[in-house]
Design a binder for this molecule. Structure first.
Ligand SMILES: Cc1cc2nc3c(=O)[nH]c(=O)nc-3n(C[C@H](O)[C@H](O)[C@H](O)COP(=O)(O)O)c2cc1C
Ligand SMILES: Nc1ncnc2c1ncn2[C@@H]1O[C@H](COP(=O)(O)OP(=O)(O)O)[C@@H](O)[C@H]1O
Length: 267
């Protein structure tokens, strides 16, 4: 569907969180197509699609949503060793990247948000951030597989592939659209960020940043124990193994070792 030529609402959703929200997802940050930062200037952390299964949300409508995300900083590879990074492309190397992913003219906090006070089962290692995300096929890029693309409203000094990311989705912003240009897509994503900031600033939404899903035991994984939202280590291993098999099949079919075309990469 092409983007309709109508003005955007500044805030999305009612003043209190209404069903089907909140929706709770979790998964390890895996690699996508690498277009978020390079092509759009807006990095999006991908978690496996199995992240939707955790609350039986596999059928969730594709679209753009907002909510809170937490990251277990002990599972950020550069801060730990020996972490397994389930890969969406079967290439488990952590790509070399620029360290500055700030979306410049938006109000992305420069400092880490306060951690929740330590209580039993909670930890200072887990931090919560406002977030905007896209679930779908990215029609502008014509992806063949659905993906979960999470832009965290925070400027990070480094990538965090392999980290455990937990998510509470609180509202829907819009459907995903096709665009006439990359600039038009970027402009709308930047507006999504503003809409998410305003929408989350309402008290009934802000309260969710304290939710135990984001801070509790499940959000805190040991390095090397990253799990998919649908289950556990076994699922993550299955994803990675299947990705490797698919990659090998495609390489064999192509009879070459060139870089995968975008339509060939497994999300
Ligand atoms: C808030 C937000 C809104 C988005 N809206 C759209 C959209 O309407 N249409 C689309 O094709 N892609 C949309 N995207 C997805 C981007 O195209 C996607 O993040 C980008 O292709 C990077 O993908 P990668 O992480 O696989 O490299 C959106 C992403 C975000 C974070
Ligand atoms: N604010 C941010 N939101 C989401 N991801 C970020 C952010 N800052 C840095 N990153 C890193 O950038 C990666 C996403 O970049 P991107 O170019 O979209 O690559 P990919 O296609 O592999 O997801 C994330 O996996 C994460 O490690």
């Amino acid at each position: 569907m092409s983007r309709p030529n109508v003005p955007r609402d500044p805030i999305a959703g009612p003043d209190t969180v209404q069903p089907p929200f909140p929706l709770k997802l979790r998964g390890p940050v895996v690699k996508g197509f690498g277009r978020g930062s390079k092509d759009l200037g807006i990095p999006t952390a991908n978690i496996p699609l199995t992240g939707l299964s955790i609350g039986g949300n596999d059928d969730l409508e594709s679209g753009i949503y907002y909510g809170y995300a937490s990251l277990d900083h002990t599972t950020i590879p550069s801060l730990t060793t020996d972490i397994s990074v389930p890969s969406a492309t079967a290439d488990t190397a952590i790509p070399a990247r620029s360290s500055n992913h700030a979306v410049a003219d938006l109000e992305t906090p420069a400092t880490a948000p306060p951690s929740r006070p330590i209580s039993p089962g909670w930890t200072n290692d887990v931090k919560v951030y406002p977030t905007v995300l896209s679930i779908g096929y990215n029609p502008y890029y014509k992806n063949e597989q659905r993906s979960i693309e999470i832009h965290i409203l925070h400027s990070f000094a480094q990538d965090f592939y392999g980290a455990t990311l937990s998510l509470v989705i609180l509202g829907h912003i819009r459907p995903e659209y096709d665009y006439v240009s990359k600039e038009a897509l970027v402009e709308d994503i930047r507006e999504d960020i503003r809409v998410a900031q305003r929408s989350l600033a309402r008290p009934a939404y802000e309260a969710w940043r304290q939710d135990e899903w984001l801070f509790g035991e499940g959000a805190k994984m040991q390095a090397g124990q990253a799990v998919t939202a649908s289950g556990g280590r076994e699922e993550a291993d299955k994803d990675a193994e299947e990705a490797k098999r698919e990659f090998a099949r495609r390489q064999q079919a192509k009879g070459q070792s060139g870089i995968l075309a975008k339509s060939e990469i497994i999300p």
